[in-house]
Ligand binder design. Structure first.
Ligand SMILES: Nc1ncnc2c1ncn2[C@@H]1O[C@H](COP(=O)(O)OP(=O)(O)OP(=O)(O)O)[C@@H](O)[C@H]1O
Length: 243
């Protein structure tokens, strides 16, 4: 197995005595599509927030691309090749679709306008929003705003793309297009997918990591996870997978 692009050792986060993430050892090899699943409150968002530098851990270390990034601010991790999409919180609604992606592209390319333009055009074409470039982001449907976020991530040519519930709010036809897109992206980048839609997870993931009460409950291929009795019990215990 090639050296992981992302690793955590003993990664932990407590909130006022509540252990949201507990001692997580995690290894993600390059070019894998990994899904991170778990019942509500399992610690998925907290885990990813530590990966990207949005909240500091209370214990443990994070390594990205061979370097310890635990103490780096979020923007320094982005500069090293981590991209993440968080339920359209990063879209500027009054700006055009093109300008939103250009903001992301400039983080990588600086002030080279021609290069930025090229990267924007390419990223929008990838997600199928090429003909919406001049529209205000707020005029896109919710599903298209999610695709815009992915285009913003792509413009940074990330080595690791973290997608937080990318199919939430998408219509079935949009989910089908999203799955095609992820398969294409998997050829050139590593993907960590937090996803509640089990059909999407089972179809797209090479491997799945299951969190429960802040700990890794299981890890394996979709078939292994599907057959895992501990995983089934964890979901049943909280009222079933909300997929
Ligand atoms: N800022 C915070 N302050 C206090 N407790 C928090 C905070 N953020 C998360 N928690 C708690 O940590 C635990 C893990 O929450 P987290 O949001 O990471 O779970 P999740 O797996 O992402 O859940 P969901 O699938 O519902 O998004 C929960 O018990 C939650 O209430």
């Amino acid at each position: 197995m090639s050296a992981p692009i992302l690793s955590t050792r003993g990664l932990s986060r407590a909130f006022h005595g509540l252990q949201a993430v507990s001692n997580v050892d995690f290894d993600l090899p390059p070019n894998e599509v990994r899904a991170l699943i778990g019942p509500n409150g399992a610690g998925k968002t907290t885990f990813v927030s530590m990966l990207i530098g949005r909240i500091p851990p209370t214990g443990g270390r994070i390594a990205f691309d061979g370097a310890d990034v635990t103490d780096l601010p979020a923007h320094a991790r982005v500069a090293r090749g981590m991209a993440y999409t968080f339920q359209i919180t990063s879209v500027f609604s009054r700006l055009s679709v093109h300008e939103n992606v250009a903001l992301a592209a400039r983080r990588r390319l600086g002030g080279d306008a021609a290069a930025v333009d090229g990267a924007v055009t390419q990223a929008l074409a990838r997600v199928g929003l090429g003909d919406r470039a001049d529209d205000a982001a707020e005029d896109l449907s919710y599903g298209h705003q999610r695709l815009l976020e992915i285009a913003m991530g792509l413009a940074q040519k990330p080595r690791l793309m973290i997608l937080d519930e990318p199919t939430q709010g998408l219509a079935e036809s949009e989910i089908a297009a999203f799955k095609v897109l992820i398969r294409e992206l998997a050829a050139e980048t590593t993907i960590l997918l937090i996803e509640h839609n089990m059909a999407v997870v089972m179809e797209l993931a090479d491997r799945i990591t299951v969190l429960n009460f802040g700990e890794v409950l299981a890890e394996g291929t979709p078939a292994e996870i599907h057959a895992n009795a501990d995983v089934q019990a964890a979901y049943l215990g909280t009222g079933g997978a909300d997929a």
